[in-house]
Design a protein around this ligand. Structure first.
Ligand code: ATP
Ligand code: ZN
Length: 674
């Protein structure tokens, strides 16, 4: 039977042809990406570019089904391509083992796609792709998962809210590979301490990794060697564990985890090309100082509360590490006398486990040159982890393809944001909830700006030329900034004679311009040698004049919003005064009116589709909070992270949805899965 016959029957010949003729970009080949790529090659897509900066890690294999043991340490993008081609060899797949933020992936490059699909795990890359798609005017399908929660939506220029329309709280989840080998923030170290090292030392003796690391006949030499090394590392720690209670035990564990293992990682030079390499620690060296300092510290003991709230010194940290390690191993030994399978779990309210996690997290932070945290902070930050769930990724990736069909079928306005929700009590049969795409936030700097391309020879054209081009377009007294750097303003004309290249205004750079009337335009630079400009000095891709007209309109809207905000503040003040015990009588109707006003305002902001008084709270679906990586738990949509560990509390807070919701005349669909 012809490969696409079922597909043709399902979606029809015309759409199948459109899909086949489209060119799509998939960013990220991790949890969602693997599922998505498999779906794409099975759904009629013929021309796909995939990009992922990472290599395959052992911890990916439980859910990233395009990867197998023999692929560990190989490029995710390349292996994803190879595996997907086995499903369907007739698809053109280009795999790029690169960072999407690299310069070569310019606005122009993005313009080469009909559709972009994000399967990413961090805000930074998501924001970048969001901006590139807005500038290139290419629709973007954005996705994210955190444990049982998932979200899929569409971002398209003037039609919808963009990724930056609502400010994001810092997410609380993070990628596992980052945790294992390349931490860059304190939370990465805390998660490593709590979820990896703690489990290995005090969890059940059976290490899952052993199962995966059995020697494979078809593994190549390098992979086999790496597998052996990983296995040897956990084995070595287990051997040391057998010496618990003996003299020198603490030193052995310490030197193994913060010395030998780090030294091995450090030797993997490729890993440290773009990051600072970790520095191993040595127990004896620190203990020399520790002995000395702990005596001093004993002179003036602090209250426990104070000690909890400040960051410990390195010697103090080592002392707490040794102390909690000994106490926990003793506790485990006792427990195992009655139950050989016994284990200890981390509990933030169990002082010993919290001590151990605080100390080990901070030692790891020290090794990687990351900021250390107080015990108080660690307590708050630990405990926010949920595992990545393959099924969630699969559902989300399926929804992405449905959206892709709609977009390519020119029905983008019919697309919806879909949330995958989960009821931990199991008494609800609704899994997917969709709602209309939100409108752009008029206050959003990222999508409410005009993006204009400027093809120019940056090596010969000066800032003066640039100013002239923009002023000829209608801007007056223009100010120019690049990434917060002032290039020019009417009072600072030192740079006028410098070339754009001299000021690093080179190919792919975004330059922010604002004029005396507060009209903003973002220009992205496209470097072209003079010879390639067909005799012109520059070529503008976009109409500055039109952009300024749009900006004038936007300014008016913003003024109206400001006035509405002022009115609302006055109402709020009146409300407060009314509810104050000043013998004032408040009519019920006043309260209703005030609440309606609140609803209207938040809808205007784009920050509200479903109100607190409805059963679904967006806040419980959103991005977990930690700086830089994944998402969940904040007040915004587009927020659920892709994959990885997540916010343990999110699932419990899962939305309480029992019916179709009507808010302010808007309908929220509920899809019931059988
Ligand atoms: N700037 C970027 N450019 C290209 N790919 C990126 C970028 N940022 C993240 N990615 C990729 O996006 C993917 C996200 O997938 P996922 O959330 O499953 O993460 P993971 O690293 O595979 O899993 P985990 O971190 O949980 O082990 C990763 O493969 C990651 O390498
Ligand atoms: Zn926006």
């Amino acid at each position: 039977m012809e490969r696409n016959s079922h597909l043709r029957t399902t979606i029809g010949e015309p759409l199948l042809n459109t899909v086949g003729a489209s060119r799509v970009l998939m960013v990220g080949a991790g949890g969602i990406g693997c599922e998505l790529l498999k779906n794409l090659v099975m759904s009629g897509f013929q021309d796909i570019v995939i990009i992922d900066l990472d290599t395959i890690d052992l911890s990916n294999l439980n859910r990233q089904f395009l990867f197998q043991k023999q692929h560990i340490k190989k490029s995710k993008a390349k292996i994803a391509r190879e595996s997907a081609l086995e499903f369907n060899p007739n698809v053109r797949i280009e795999a790029r083992h690169q960072n999407i933020k690299e310069e070569e992936f310019s606005v122009e490059w993005f313009k080469g796609f009909d559709l972009v699909m994000n399967a990413l795990d961090n805000l930074d890359a998501r924001r970048h792709v969001n901006k590139m798609c807005l500038a290139a005017k290419v629709p973007l399908i954005e996705s994210g998962t955190a444990g049982y929660l998932g979200q899929v939506t569409v971002i398209s220029g003037d039609l919808t809210e963009c990724f930056d329309c609502l400010s994001k709280e810092t997410p609380k989840t993070f990628p596992v590979c980052t945790i294992r080998s390349t931490p860059s923030t304190p939370i990465h170290c805390i998660v490593w301490a709590k979820s990896y090292l703690f489990g290995l030392l005090f969890g059940n003796a059976e290490d899952d990794d052993d199962e995966v690391m059995v020697k494979e006949d078809n593994a190549d030499d390098e992979t086999a060697k790496e597998l052996e090394t990983l296995k040897a590392e956990s084995q070595a720690l287990k051997t040391i564990l057998a010496q618990a209670g003996q003299e020198g035990f603490t030193e052995l564990v310490f030197n193994k985890v913060f010395g030998t293992d780090i030294e091995r990682l450090r030797k993997m030079e490729d890993m440290w090309k773009t990051r600072a390499a970790p520095t191993p620690l040595n127990y004896n060296q620190i203990m020399d100082i520790t002995g000395h300092l702990s005596q001093q510290l004993n002179v003036a003991p602090e209250s426990t509360t104070l000690k909890d709230q400040r960051v410990w010194t390195l010697p103090e940290t080592v002392t707490v590490f040794g102390d909690s390690l000994v106490r926990l191993t003793e506790r485990l030994k006792e427990l195992r006398e009655s139950d050989p399978e016994a284990s200890i779990s981390f509990d933030k309210d169990d002082a010993e486990t919290l001590d151990f996690v605080t100390a080990t997290a901070n030692l790891r932070a020290h090794v990687y040159g990351i900021e250390e945290k107080s015990r108080f902070d660690v307590k708050a930050m630990a405990g926010n982890i949920i595992p990545a769930i393959a099924t969630t990724n699969a559902i989300v990736a399926g929804l992405m393809v449905m959206l892709a069909f709609k977009i390519l079928n020119k029905r983008i306005a019919d697309c919806k944001t879909t949330y995958l929700v989960y009821d931990s009590r199991g008494d609800r049969d609704q899994l997917l909830i969709s709602e209309k795409l939100a409108k752009p936030n008029p206050r959003c700097y990222i999508c409410r700006n005009a993006y204009i391309g400027l093809k120019i020879d940056t090596t010969t054209s000066t800032v003066q030329d640039f100013v002239d081009i923009m002023e000829d377009g209608g801007m007056t007294d223009v100010e120019i900034q690049e990434n917060g750097r002032v290039i020019h303003d009417p009072d600072f004309d030192d740079n006028l004679g410098k070339t754009l290249a001299e000021l690093q205004l080179t190919n792919g750079k975004f330059v922010d311009l604002v004029d005396v009337d507060d009209r903003k335009v973002i220009v992205y630079i496209i470097h072209r040698d003079s010879a390639a400009l067909d005799g012109e000095k520059f070529i503008l891709e976009g109409d500055v004049h039109k952009a300024l007209v749009q900006q004038d309109k936007l300014r008016k809207t913003l003024e109206q919003l400001k006035a509405a905000d002022a009115a609302e503040e006055a109402l709020e003040a009146a409300r407060k005064a009314a509810s104050a015990p000043a013998h004032k009588h408040v009519e019920d109707s006043d309260i209703v009116m005030l609440e309606e006003e609140e609803t209207r305002k938040r809808k205007r902001d784009g920050s509200l589709e479903i109100l607190e008084n409805g059963p679904l709270k967006k806040s419980s679906l959103t991005e977990p909070a930690h700086p830089s990586e994944l998402g969940g738990g904040s007040q915004q949509p587009h927020a659920v992270s892709n994959d990885g560990v997540g916010d343990g509390t999110s699932a419990e807070q899962a939305v309480d949805v029992d019916e179709v919701v009507m808010v302010d005349g808007e309908e929220v669909d509920v899809v019931i899965l059988e």
